[in-house]
Design a protein around this ligand. Structure first.
Ligand code: UDX
Length: 426
C-alpha cells in the first residue's frame, strides 16, 4: 500500500503494480481518489495514465481515502507524502508526522509483521527520530519487534518518473534492522538494479547528497558558462570536452538559467538548514544556491544590454515549465523573469505546451498565446526559457513576424540555423 498519492506515491504505486504487486493507493483527497478509481491520473506524467489503467484492469491497483481499510493486510506501507519547505528553507515535517501517526493508529490491532517504508524525502535522522516515535506511540508497538522500518529514497525525474522507477540506477534500502531491509529488498526482487543496504540515516543522506551534487554540477557548469560567454567560447563544446572524461561524465552539464523544480531548490535548502542546525556552515552549498539565484535573472541583463529599457516593449516568452515534458512551474526561472519584466513595464506574450494553466494562477495579467507564432507576433524580443522539443523544430520562418530579431536562449534548444539567437552561456 502506498500512502499519499502525489507524484512519488502514484509512480511508486503504479510501478509496483506493474511489477506484480497488489497495491492500494491512499489519499485524503477524495476527488483524487475518485479520479484514480476512474483510471485518470491527477497529474501529467508521460505513460502514467496508461500504466494506471492497465494496473486497475489487472485488478492490481485500487484507491481509497479510508486509511484503516487501506493498510489492512498490507505487508508493506509506503509513506510518500510531501515534505515542503518552511519559510527559512528547513524541512516541514508536519505531513510526515501526521501520516506516521495515522498509520500507527490504523495498525494498532494488527498481530502480523509488516514494514513501514519511508519514501518521502526527509533530512537525516527523521525516520529514526520523528517517524519511529510517531508510529510507536500511535500503534502501541515497538519498531523492530511489531513492525519493521525502512528508508527507501526515490530518485524520480519529472517527465521520466515511471521509467526511473522501473529502471533505476540503484535502489537504496536503509533499514532499522536486517529483517525490515529483507522485506523491502524482496519487494524489489524483479528490478534489475544494484541494491545498496544501509542504515536509516545513511539512506536519507544519499538522497540529499545526490541532489546537492547534481545541483552543484549545474551551478558549476553555469559558472564556467558565464566565463565562457565573456570570452566568446561556446560552453557546450567545453562541456562536451570535459564530459568525455569518465571521472566527470557527460550528464547534467547543460548550462543555462539554472535549476528549478520541486526537488533541487527544496532539498539543497533543507540540507543547508540541517547542516546549520547541527553547527556546520555549508559554504559550498550556500554559494551553489546563491549562484543559481543570480543565474535565473542573467537573461534580463542580456535583454537590457540588447534593447535598453523594456518599458512598453512586447516580449515573447517561450517556455514556462521548469524543464520540458512537465506542466510543473515550481521554482521555474520563468516566474521571476516574468515578474521582473512586468515590473519594468513590458507587455508579455507567453507560450508553453503544458504549463500555461499553472502560470496563469501566478501571473494572470499577461497574454497566453495559443502557439509559438502567436506569441512571437510583433514581439520586440523573445526569451526561450524551457527546453521543449517543439522549440527545437522551429525554423527561421517562425520568427519572421517579430518586430525586431532579438532571440535570447535561457535553455539551449533552438536549431543552430536560427539567425539572431544568443544564449546565456554560449
Ligand atoms: C530531480 C532529480 O534529477 C531526481 O533524481 C530527484 O528525485 C528529483 O529532482 P527533476 O526535478 O524532475 O529531478 O528534474 P531534473 O531533470 O533533475 O532537472 C532539474 C533542473 O535542473 C531543471 O530546471 C533543469 O532544467 C535543470 N538542469 C538539468 C540544467 O539546468 N542543466 C542540466 O544539465 C540538467
Amino acid at each position: 500500500m502506498v500512502g499519499g498519492s502525489g507524484y512519488v506515491g502514484l509512480c511508486t504505486g503504479v510501478g509496483l503494480a506493474g511489477k506484480g504487486h497488489v497495491v492500494v493507493c491512499i489519499d485524503q483527497d477524495q476527488a483524487k481518489v475518485a479520479m484514480l478509481q476512474a483510471g485518470k491520473s491527477p497529474l501529467y506524467e508521460p505513460g502514467l495514465e496508461a500504466a494506471l489503467k492497465a494496473a486497475i484492469g489487472q485488478g492490481r491497483l485500487t484507491a481509497t481515502s479510508d486509511i484503516d481499510k487501506g493498510v489492512a493486510g498490507c505487508q508493506a506501507i509506503f509513506i510518500t507524502v510531501g515534505t515542503p519547505s518552511n519559510a527559512d528553507g528547513s524541512i516541514d515535517l508536519s505531513y510526515i508526522k501526521a501520516a506516521s501517526a495515522q498509520i500507527g493508529a490504523a495498525v494498532r490491532g494488527r498481530k502480523d509483521y509488516f514494514v513501514v517504508i519511508v519514501k518521502s524525502t526527509v533530512v537525516p535522522e527523521t525516520t529514526e527520530k520523528v517517524v519511529r516515535p510517531a508510529l510507536e506511540q500511535a500503534s502501541g508497538k515497538v519498531a523492530g519487534k511489531g513492525f519493521g522500518l525502512v528508508m527507501n529514497p526515490e530518485f524520480l525525474r519529472e517527465g521520466k518518473a515511471l521509467d526511473d522507477f522501473l529502471m533505476p540506477d540503484r535502489i537504496v534500502i536503509g533499514s532499522l534492522d536486517q529483517r525490515s531491509g529483507d522485506v523491502a529488498e524482496q519487494i524489489y526482487h524483479n528490478f534489475q538494479a544494484p541494491k545498496l543496504r544501509t542504515d536509516l540515516k545513511t539512506a536519507e543522506m544519499i538522497k540529499y547528497a545526490g541532489n546537492a551534487m547534481l545541483a552543484t554540477k549545474i551551478s558549476f557548469i553555469n559558472e564556467i558558462g558565464n566565463i565562457c560567454k565573456l570570452l566568446g567560447i561556446d560552453a557546450y563544446k567545453v562541456a562536451e570536452g570535459i564530459g568525455l572524461d569518465k571521472r566527470i561524465g557527460p550528464h547534467f552539464l547543460n548550462s543555462g538559467i539554472g535549476w528549478g523544480g520541486s526537488c533541487f531548490p527544496k532539498d539543497v535548502a533543507a540540507l543547508v538548514a540541517k547542516a546549520k542546525e547541527i553547527g556546520y556552515e555549508p559554504r559550498l552549498l550556500d554559494e551553489v544556491t546563491a549562484l543559481n539565484a543570480r543565474q535565473k535573472v542573467r537573461i534580463l541583463d542580456m535583454l537590457e544590454r540588447r534593447m535598453g529599457s523594456v518599458k512598453g516593449k512586447r516580449i515573447a516568452v517561450l517556455g514556462l515549465a521548469f524543464k520540458n515534458d512537465t506542466d510543473d512551474i515550481r521554482d521555474a526561472p520563468s516566474i521571476e523573469i516574468i515578474g521582473a519584466l512586468k515590473k519594468a513595464g513590458a507587455t508579455i506574450a507567453a507560450y508553453d505546451p503544458q504549463a500555461m494553466g499553472n502560470m496563469r494562477k501566478l501571473h494572470p495579467d499577461i497574454t497566453y498565446a495559443k502557439s509559438v507564432t502567436a506569441a512571437l507576433e510583433a514581439a520586440d524580443a523573445c526569451l526561450v526559457l524551457t527546453e521543449w522539443k517543439e522549440f527545437a523544430a522551429l525554423g527561421n520562418r517562425d520568427f519572421a513576424a517579430m518586430r525586431s530579431r532579438i532571440i535570447l536562449e535561457g535553455r539551449r534548444v533552438l536549431a543552430d540555423s536560427i539567425s539572431g539567437r544568443e544564449g546565456v552561456c554560449w
